[in-house]
Ligand binder design. Structure first.
Ligand SMILES: [Zn+2]
Length: 144
């Protein structure tokens, strides 16, 4: 099985243009950017899914995402906003199975957007929402 491309980047076997690095995380320029300044943020420890990461690293990832986002905002890229996108699983659009977050600066008229399906016209009943919430809480053994 070929080595994960992000692990190859972390080990220096593939080139990348780094933006930020610490003991646990690395952020580098996406070489096929969606917009100017598109950065990828990855944990150095290979983990396929966010939901498999240990809590400390998952928290660290968001802290580093904030640092990179702040750097982008303060830069001369002059973006008007930032999307932080993490696809967790193939159905969510994950293409490389090493946790990664896209940090995508947004510009007026950049052509990028998130497409949402048509929402239901009526609000979902509280009973139905509660049944779904019970399933989610049971999934994690959450008691409130
Ligand atoms: Zn990997």
């Amino acid at each position: 099985m070929p080595e994960c491309i992000f692990c190859m980047i972390i080990r220096g076997k593939r080139p990348c243009t780094k933006v930020y690095e610490n003991d646990d995380m690395m952020a580098f320029m996406d070489n096929k950017p969606i917009t100017n300044g598109h950065v990828l943020l990855i944990p150095k420890k290979h983990t396929e899914l966010l939901t498999e990461m240990d809590d400390r690293l998952a928290g660290e990832m968001l802290i580093v995402a904030k640092k990179v986002g702040l750097a982008i905002k303060k830069s001369k890229l002059n973006c008007r906003g930032i999307n932080y996108i993490l696809a967790d699983g193939a159905e969510a659009g994950q293409d490389i199975f090493h946790v990664h977050m896209h940090i995508i600066p947004r510009y007026r008229g950049d052509g990028f957007g998130l497409r949402m399906p048509q929402r239901e016209d009526e609000e979902t009943s509280e009973e139905r929402l509660e049944r779904i919430a019970v399933k989610i809480r049971k999934g994690a053994g959450i008691h409130i």
